[in-house]
Write a protein that binds this ligand. Structure first.
Ligand code: KG4
Ligand code: ZN
Length: 406
């Protein structure tokens, strides 16, 4: 089964093609995974502007589709585009209707579809939420247009679930080894459920109990800012640019422990609260207060930036680890599954791995490959495989900005 997946929920335009085999123990092979990032554009504003992001998705989707098909070697020209165009007026009219709010995209896609053959794929998957509504709609309309033209079914996908399901893609993209075989080879149990999933991204911080594939119960969420949002906002205070997570992590790693310290101490919000919720806006405020008490020379100094970055990172990591481990113990989890852009953070990955090894040695720890942590469409395709029976009539598919996993 070959799945073509589309991701446009925020500021990354992603299209991927994934080949999946097996039902109980699926093995995946990523045939192509192309992401066109809008980071440079949004850097100017220090964050993502939905209407700007939508316009970029409209511009990027057809070139990204071409690159994806080329990379998967599924790209073939049709014989005579002139003849086809004459005979496809009715079809083109419907296509125009589907893309009536995506005028630029319609013009580009029309040329593309008349020029190239239907690729050998079996189904289309698209993120329908949660995310920025205008951006989600562009992806959804694009998927509908392709589904209609190529007569393929569409699987609607939840972005949060996709961040979790990307863990089932093989370690090596070329081989097709099911997760169960990889766990067996590593001498681990293959029983994953109940699992605790932690999704930490720019928009979400969410702990859920997974009873099985597709069966989630959210047990904790952020009450204000997401962890990634906290990295982004504090990096902005420090003048480090956007996105904040990678640059905070890089600055933190440059800190020489032997240097005289400024002794910055930030709070660990809600670390001891009895629930599984999070709160990161207080952390951002604490950074702002500290920043305001410093003179301009200190604020710009490497020492201050690095020490502050390290403390911001450690504060977030401490809270995320504490709550995740407590949830895993309370729900007797067999596995802990990570997902989302913030899980690219080296300290979070390493410190959580060590803590699990020490406190819950029998628990399986799954974290996505670094290239699959931030938004991409391979994760959407992996999730589609687990939702393959949910094919929906394309006319009924809608973007849902606040979609939940339970
Ligand atoms: O999953 P993602 O690509 O988009 C959303 O669904 O929101 O996550 C993006 C977030 C951003 O806030 C970014 O700052 C953060 O992930 N991020 C990181 C790292 N790389 C990306 N946070 C901490 N450490 C990183 N290395
Ligand atoms: Zn995401």
């Amino acid at each position: 089964m070959k799945i073509l997946a589309i991701e446009t929920s925020c500021d990354d335009t992603g299209i991927a093609i994934l080949e999946a085999k097996g039902i109980k123990n699926p093995a995946f092979c990523v045939l192509a995974n192309v992401v066109s990032s809008q980071v440079k554009l949004h850097r100017k504003y220090g964050g993502v502007y939905p209407s700007l992001a939508k316009r970029e998705h409209q511009k990027n989707l057809v070139p990204v589709l071409k690159e994806t098909l080329e990379s998967a070697k599924l790209f073939e020209k049709t014989q005579s585009s002139k003849f086809k165009a004459q005979n496809q007026n009715l079809k083109l009219k419907t296509l125009k209707g589907i893309l009536e709010r995506e005028e630029y995209l319609f013009k580009e896609l029309k040329v593309f579809l008349l020029k190239y053959k239907k690729p050998k794929i079996d189904v289309i998957a698209v993120t329908i939420g949660p995310g920025l509504e205008p951006c989600l709609w562009t992806g959804v309309n694009f998927a509908k247009a392709l589904g209609f033209w190529w007569n393929l079914k569409i699987i609607p996908i939840n972005h949060i679930e996709a961040h979790i399901m990307v863990n089932f893609i093989d370690q090596s993209q070329k081989s097709k080894v099911p997760l169960s075989s990889r766990l067996r080879r590593a001498g681990k149990s293959q029983k994953l459920f109940p699992a605790i999933s932690l999704v930490v991204s720019g928009g979400h911080t969410q702990l859920a109990v997974m009873k099985n594939f597709g069966e989630y119960r959210i047990i904790g969420e952020t009450r204000d800012d997401a962890a990634g949002e906290c990295f982004d906002k504090t990096a902005r205070i420090l003048g480090l640019g956007y996105p904040g997570g990678p640059v905070i992590s890089t600055e933190a790693s440059k800190l020489q422990t032997t240097n005289a310290k400024l002794h910055i101490k930030l709070p660990r919000p809600m670390i001891n609260s009895k629930d599984y919720d999070f709160s990161f806006s207080g952390l951002k405020t604490a950074v702002l207060y500290d920043f305001k008490t410093r003179d301009s020379k200190t604020r710009k100094s490497k020492k201050y930036i690095r020490e502050m970055a390290k403390e911001i990172q450690q504060s977030a990591v401490d809270v995320l680890i504490k709550k995740t481990l407590r949830a895993a113990k309370d729900f007797r989890a067999k596995s802990i599954i990570l997902g989302g852009g913030v899980t690219a953070n080296k300290e979070l990955r390493e410190q959580l791995s060590k803590k699990i090894g020490k406190e819950l040695p029998n628990v399986i720890f799954l974290k996505p490959l670094i290239q699959f942590c931030t938004d991409n469409a391979a994760m959407v395709a992996a999730s589609a495989y687990f939702n393959k029976n949910q094919k929906k009539n394309w006319q009924k598919i809608q973007a849902e900005a606040n979609l939940r996993i339970n």
